[in-house]
Structure formats: C-alpha cells, structure tokens
Design a protein around this ligand. Structure first.
Ligand SMILES: CC(C)(COP(=O)(O)OP(=O)(O)OC[C@H]1O[C@@H](n2cnc3c(N)ncnc32)[C@H](O)[C@@H]1OP(=O)(O)O)[C@@H](O)C(=O)NCCC(=O)NCCS
Length: 180
C-alpha cells in the first residue's frame, strides 16, 4: 500500500485481498477492491476515481489493460461502475469501461467492452472483439467480432479452459510473489 503504484483519490485507496499480486508498473487509483489471489500484470492502468472498480477472486488482468468507469449524472444516476467477477481472465491490452462481468469469463486480447455491457458467467470473448454499450452476452457462448456477435455454444474444452486459465494465473502469480 506504500508503493507509488497505489494512489488515493479523494482519500480512497485501493483495497487488496489476500495473496494478491500487482506488478510494480501497474497503476491503481482510488476506489478499487481486489479479491483474494487476483493478479494485475505489467502496465495495467485502473482508475477508480469517478466511480468504483470491483474485481473478484482469482481473476487476472493482463498486461497493458485499461480499466475505467463513468461518473454519476442526472441521466445516469448510478453512473457505470466496473464489476469483474471471480476466475476471470482479461487478456493483454483490453479496455473494460463501466461494464459488468460475471464469473469464469475469458476476454480475448485487445477486446473492448463498453459502458453498461453485461457479460454473464461462462462466456468466451474472441480477441479484438468490441462489445457495444448496454449489450448482454449470454452464458455459455463464444462471441467474436466488431461489433461482437454470438458465434456458437462453447465447446466443453473451452468451458473447461475458462476455469483452467484462472488456475494457471493463480499459480503463476504465486511464483512472482515468492520471488519478490
Ligand atoms: C475465437 C477463437 C476462440 C477461435 O475460435 P474458433 O471457433 O476455434 O475459430 P477458428 O480458428 O476455427 O476460426 C473460425 C473463423 O473465425 C475467425 N476468427 C478467429 N478468431 C477470431 C476473432 N478473435 N475475431 C473474429 N474472427 C475470428 C477465423 O478467421 C475464421 O474465419 P473464416 O471461417 O472466415 O475463415 C480464437 O481465435 C480467439 O480469439 N481466442 C482468444 C485468445 C486470447 O485472446 N486469449 C487470451 C490470452 S492471454
């Protein structure tokens, strides 16, 4: 909590669960809560200033990803917080803005998920996809494209990989923690 990469905004500083790994080049600002065993990889920028960011347990946010939120306003009284569930893999260089993700999701590299979008549990989002504002991605499907389209039902191997990827990253971050 004393590192430069944890910054407070209006007196609120990120709160970390147990055994969380945050790379020293990642920057976390303001109202952010990280669940146990979560990992934040190099050059992630997460800014919980005009609303809050909540990330569950055993989730990994990979290199270069940007996380942000939308402020409250007369037309949008709650604004758009960012909520990410448990066992979620967010690939390299994604942009997650004011959206809500459930559990056991893979967000492919470079994907963009916009305000008000909802991703239900057990969804695989292909690399480079764009999820438009307020769209809901249904549980159990692969989605790809810009704008994203439902491609097909997930194969069993893919559904299993959603869980395995989270396990892989919990193991990987444990090695990094042991090394610091
Ligand atoms: C979508 C994905 C799961 C592959 O699914 P698949 O059903 O096995 O797809 P295939 O490779 O058989 O390709 C099927 C079609 O989808 C296209 N396609 C593959 N990946 C795509 C993507 N991300 N976006 C758009 N189209 C894609 C292929 O070009 C192919 O098109 P065609 O039929 O016109 O030739 C994979 O390409 C992907 O994006 N994985 C995400 C990996 C990732 O980012 N992981 C995070 C790592 S840290």
């Amino acid at each position: 909590m004393h590192k430069n990469n944890f910054r407070s905004y209006r007196g609120i500083t990120p709160i970390l669960g147990n055994a969380v790994y945050v790379d020293e080049t990642a920057v976390l600002v303001g109202d952010i809560t990280l669940g146990d065993d979560t990992s934040i990889w190099p050059l992630v920028a997460a800014r919980g200033d005009v609303n809050k960011i909540t990330i569950g347990a055993r989730t990994n946010i990979q290199d270069g990803t940007v996380l942000h939120v939308t402020r409250k306003s007369a037309s949008n009284p709650d604004g758009n917080p960012l909520v990410i569930g448990d066992d979620v893999t967010v690939g390299h260089k994604c942009m997650l803005h004011g959206c809500a993700l459930g559990d056991r999701i893979l967000v492919g590299m470079g994907a963009i998920i916009m305000d008000g979008a909802i991703v239900e549990d057990d969804v695989f989002i292909g690399a480079g996809s764009l999820v438009p504002p307020n769209k809901t991605l249904k549980s159990g499907y692969l989605y790809v494209g810009n704008p994203v389209k439902q491609a097909r039902v997930l194969k069993e191997s893919e559904a299993n990989f959603l869980k395995q990827s989270a396990i892989n990253y919990v193991e990987l971050k444990a090695e990094y923690l042991a090394d610091t």
